[in-house]
Design a binder for this molecule. Structure first.
Ligand SMILES: C[S@@+](CC[C@H](N)C(=O)[O-])C[C@H]1O[C@@H](n2cnc3c(N)ncnc32)[C@H](O)[C@@H]1O
Length: 211
């Protein structure tokens, strides 16, 4: 048994609904590896329970797996705003979100989060960055503008399968984007940050609090 299998046997199971969504993602969509999956999904739900956000922003909905996991952790009155730039994704994802038990806690937008979020006038308590790897610095600067003082930013794929350390990937623009993001966040005096080496790497960021 691998350590990954062991972990999955010793954490909360995913619901049948999420299992079915994960399967459907693999059957019907290109690049199904982008979906969060069992372990990261349970972790995102737990982050929501720890942070207790009223408003969550997700950049990059894809099939809706992570959106459903975060919505599951929300308390009464909480809302997840999730953005997907690829309009061809809507026919797959919208029914999965709307038929779920958490439909009333999710607002699904088709469009570029970088354009729409500034027009919403919402302050977010948690931001999950999981969009285009080349635009992570833009998402981060935008997230900081609309983040509540005690809010958290969680950025996915920040170890990019280890490519960030490999010379052969220096010409890949997504790898360059993640490297630039990691360097930018590391030197940013406004925030505290840690990287969790879970799955593809998750960076957890919060604003520094003046004591
Ligand atoms: C890695 S997938 C998201 C996976 C999903 N969060 C999950 O964990 O199950 C990234 C998605 O972000 C979308 N995307 C890229 N740039 C975006 C932007 N500026 N605004 C909104 N969505 C974007 C892509 O089309 C793609 O579907």
């Amino acid at each position: 048994m691998s350590i990954d299998e062991y972990i999955l046997q010793h954490i909360d199971p995913e619901s049948d609904y999420l299992k079915e969504l994960y399967r459907d993602t693999h059957v019907r969509l290109l690049r199904p590896r982008m979906a969060s999956g069992h372990l990261q999904g349970r972790l995102l739900k737990m982050f929501v329970e720890m942070i207790r956000p009223r408003q969550i922003l997700e950049i990059g909905t894809y099939s809706g797996y992570s959106a459903l996991c975060m919505a599951e952790g929300l308390k009464e009155g909480g809302m997840l705003h999730t953005f997907e730039i690829n309009d061809e994704q809507e026919d797959f994802t919208r029914p999965w979100l709307e038929r779920s038990a958490y439909a009333d806690r999710i607002k699904f937008y088709i469009g570029d989060a970088l354009e729409i979020v500034p027009r919403l006038g919402i302050t977010f308590d948690m931001v999950f960055i999981d969009g285009d790897k080349r635009k992570y610095i833009g998402y981060y600067d935008m997230a900081l503008k609309y983040l509540s003082p005690e809010g958290y930013i969680i950025a996915d794929n920040t170890l990019w399968d280890g490519h960030i350390l490999q010379e052969s990937h220096t010409t890949d623009r997504q790898t360059d984007g993640i490297r630039a993001f990691n360097d930018y966040v590391a030197q940013d005096g406004r925030t505290e940050k840690v990287i969790l080496p879970l799955r593809d790497g998750l960076t957890i960021i919060k604003l520094k609090i003046e004591n």
